[in-house]
Write a protein that binds this ligand. Sequence first.
Ligand code: UDP
Length: 327
Amino acid sequence: MNILLTGGAGYIGSHVVFSLLDNGHKVTVIDNLSTGHKKILPKKINFFDCNINEKYKIKEILQSSNFDILMHFAGFIKVEESVSNPKKYFENNTDNAISLFETCLENNLNNIIFSSTAAVYGNPKENKPISENELLKPLNPYGESKMRTENYLLKNKKKINSIILRYFNVAGADNQLRTGLLSDAATHLIKIISEVAVGKRKKICIYGNDYTTTDGTAIRDYIHVSDLADIHVKTSEYLLQNRESNIFNCGYGRGYSVLDVINKANNITNGKIKFEISNRRPGDAEKLVSDVEKINKHLKWKPKYNNLKTIIHSSINWEKKIYEENL
Ligand code: UDP
């Protein structure tokens, strides 16, 4: 397959680049490097430093090769930042994404895989794994910005074959440490725990222990980034075979609380992860766990790394590499 990826120099995008290459596919990356890093990309790809709303440049790229699929990763992903600066999120995650899709359509590329998020669900009422049919009620502009882009794709089903992938909590790093999450201002739980593990931070704050969960801390479904990358390879095959739109949740169907994750990290690090309790973070949901029935039924995908210890371990190993090699 010949795949065009936006945001390929980012965390998830770069893992997908490696997975596609590992499976013998051709890869072209568009990234404006606003949050991405060219240094984590392999040399064996075409790279364009470009914004997703630069219609003219994108048109040239689209006309330079016969792409089978667009994978659209480029987007802002920080819940808290979206609450303080919603405009940034709606401009980039919605308006610019739609502009990109229209440029693709104008140039005969109508197979799209879109990176969405479990944040579109908000706080579902029932205490059970979330299926793709759940009502969408995002709690923050990040989730809302992704939901609006999903709505565009769904409204244009006749013209666009799209697969919407709703990611639950993505963590960990490539097992060969070819890439991983690079961030100057980390906000994600397992990334911050890894920074504490290597001594970059003294402690982690738990954002709220007054949720109605067993230990009072919020629950998430953590999926290893390499399993998610594999989902993208399988989704591409599915999309080209079926040429029809669909939506899949991407998780393992198992929830862990913030304290569960910290305790597991403490087992790995012999108690290095000091923590304190602070207030809830604005925009956070209480519990997000994926119903995995649909993805299991439609994609020939089997997780390889569905073990919390494996995920945390790979994340800490990557953090050590960043530290030792000054990445
Ligand atoms: N969290 C926390 N302390 C941190 C970072 C995250 O307690 O320093 C909690 C956060 O409130 C949420 C969970 O960890 O309940 C996962 O947050 P993350 O930012 O990793 O992902 P999100 O679910 O917000 O996309």
